[in-house]
Design a binder for this molecule. Structure first.
Ligand SMILES: Cc1cc2nc3c(=O)[nH]c(=O)nc-3n(C[C@H](O)[C@H](O)[C@H](O)COP(=O)(O)OP(=O)(O)OC[C@H]3O[C@@H](n4cnc5c(N)ncnc54)[C@H](O)[C@@H]3O)c2cc1C
Ligand SMILES: NC(=O)c1ccc[n+]([C@@H]2O[C@H](COP(=O)([O-])OP(=O)(O)OC[C@H]3O[C@@H](n4cnc5c(N)ncnc54)[C@H](O)[C@@H]3O)[C@@H](O)[C@H]2O)c1
Length: 460
């Protein structure tokens, strides 16, 4: 039986960062355990292949939109094979860079098996071996949520884990889940020629809390492809190689439609449920994931630390990376545990228009004051023919600090960064308005919203 200072379970972004930090902070004998495919979720089946597919889709869509500028084009032809080959080629390149780092892990410090706990200091590997450690980092990531109503369609259900392996763009796809993945991939497939139906359940879309922007976004996406964020699905079955869905159509009432496949994008669940944590002193919350401190990543006052999607909190790449570093450092120095640096929240959905959520969300204010701008009349947005969307800036009555924002509009990925930086710097609306704004740029829309917020704070 081998004993280690620190065992890290999961060699994704969080686990790899945790390993480096643990070693840099006093842990001498460290091992990573990972039974799944290496290369990280982000590079293999997440951030990178999704953005590659979106780029191809937007290139095709851009050609069809060129007519608005007076450019005559022929109907573009999507060469499915070439599109998907580029997605996979570039994806493999990104995975290759990650693998270069993993290949440098010394022999014996990465074990290619799954792990589960026997007690507070002991894990059993899928091959039967037993390992012990003083401290553990749980960095096991997440997996797509199982949606029982889809079971009838059997092998025609794809998740983001499989979609990048398809051989051709389907003629028709039903997407379950209008969250981040459903919007990004659903719109991309639609812009590559698939007939897309996007079904939701709770009325949410792209994680937007602000009701005015949520309604605007829902209407905008529905103009491009069928979108029902509160869909009634009667049944799903497989027939003659197609998925047959019976549902309540918004205009036509109860109908049945057939689809080449179903993309399931209804949220993700932490893989910690497969670790047998009930054999340890780690406490779990109502959703079954460990209770932990978000500044130290420590689970209670135990020798367990958790990082990345595994903690079911903010499943984003940069958060997994930060959390991995904090968890690894504290696993190295335990029982001395320090709070790590956390950043202002920034979430971006790479749809078109993009969605960005920054800082405090709409629902978290006591006495909310909003500064608004519409991109419909915004100068540069009109010039580019991308004049769709809204931006709301948030402050608390009686306090002049910018606390958060919700954007649905052009260049939201860039505006979102600027806003998150000034939110983290704790600048007031008045201080931000002293900063430079060029002309003609989309950032002038941000200035308009700031001026509106300034006026509304003065009057509140
Ligand atoms: C389609 C998609 C698009 C995304 N796009 C973006 C984006 O644009 N921007 C962004 O910020 N984020 C994006 N994300 C989220 C981002 O990819 C994740 O937040 C991040 O990759 C999580 O990293 P992780 O280290 O927590 O998990 P992972 O990289 O999944 O690593 C977990 C590892 O644990 C291993 N494991 C699991 N169970 C066990 C066990 N019992 N024993 C041993 N090993 C185990 C797994 O094999 C895996 O290698 C996207 C996600 C998806 C699915
Ligand atoms: N651009 C990015 O940063 C990016 C891209 C993709 C994924 N991600 C990360 O991955 C996480 C998971 O993405 P996701 O889109 O799966 O989850 P999500 O939580 O963003 O969205 C899930 C959606 O599915 C809906 N839903 C739940 N059950 C349903 C059902 N039975 N039928 C229809 N709809 C149902 C929910 O109401 C919600 O709208 C995200 O939270 C995000 O953090 C990030």
């Amino acid at each position: 039986m081998s004993h280690y200072d620190v065992i890290i379970i999961g060699a994704g972004t969080a686990g790899l960062n945790a390993r480096r930090a643990a070693k840099a902070n006093g842990a001498e004998k460290v091992v990573m355990i990972d039974g799944g495919p290496l290369g990280t979720t982000c590079a293999r089946v997440g951030c990178m292949p999704s953005k590659l597919l979106i780029s191809a889709a937007n290139a095709n869509y851009g050609v069809t939109k060129a007519r608005m500028f007076g450019i005559e084009t022929q109907e573009p032809v999507v060469n499915d094979k070439a599109v998907l080959e580029r997605v996979r080629f570039e994806r493999d390149r990104f995975v290759g860079f990650v693998m270069e780092g993993i290949d440098n892990v010394p022999e014996g410090e990465l074990i290619r098996e799954y792990a589960e706990f026997i007690d507070d200091h002991t894990v059993k590997l899928s091959g039967g071996r037993i390992l012990t450690a003083d401290k553990f980092v749980l960095a096991v990531g997440s997996r797509p949520r199982h949606v029982p109503i889809l079971d009838g369609a059997e092998d025609l259900i794809l998740s983001s884990d499989h979609i990048f392996e398809i051989e051709s763009i389907p003629k028709s796809v039903a997407v379950f889940g209008p969250g981040v993945i459903g919007l990004e991939l659903g719109q991309a497939l639609s812009r590559l020629g698939a007939d897309v139906r996007l079904f939701g359940r709770s009325g949410s879309i792209g994680g937007i809390q602000d009701p005015e922007i949520r309604e605007y976004a829902t209407k905008t996406f529905a103009e491009e492809f069928y979108t029902d964020t509160k869909a009634t699905i009667h049944s799903v079955r497989k027939e003659n190689g197609k998925a047959i869905i019976s549902y309540e159509h918004k205009e036509q009432g109860k109908i049945e439609e057939s689809f080449d496949f179903i993309l399931t994008a209804s949220g993700r669940v932490s893989n910690t449920d497969r670790l047998k944590l009930e054999n340890t002193s780690v406490q779990v919350n109502g959703r079954g994931t460990p209770i932990y401190n978000e500044r130290t990543m420590q689970c209670g006052d135990t020798h367990f630390f958790i990082a990345g999607d595994a903690n079911d909190d903010i499943p984003l790449l940069h958060e997994a990376s930060d959390e991995g570093k904090i968890a690894g450092k504290n696993a190295g120095t335990y029982p001395t545990v320090d709070p790590g640096h956390r950043r202002t929240h920034l979430g971006i959905v790479f749809s078109e228009p993009e969605i960005a959520s920054i800082g405090q969300g709409y629902n978290s204010f006591k006495d909310l004051v909003i500064g608004r701008v519409s991109f419909e009349g915004q100068g540069r947005s009109r010039v580019m023919g991308k004049n769709k969307g809204l931006m709301h800036l948030y402050a608390e009555k009686g306090d002049r600090r910018l606390r958060g924002a919700q954007i649905f509009g052009p260049s939201a990925e860039h505006l979102g960064h600027l806003i998150s930086w000034v939110v983290q710097q704790e600048l007031t609306v008045d201080q931000i308005l002293e900063l430079p704004f060029y002309h003609p740029v989309v950032e002038e829309g941000l200035r308009t919203a700031l001026q509106d917020l300034q006026k509304n704070l003065n009057e509140a």
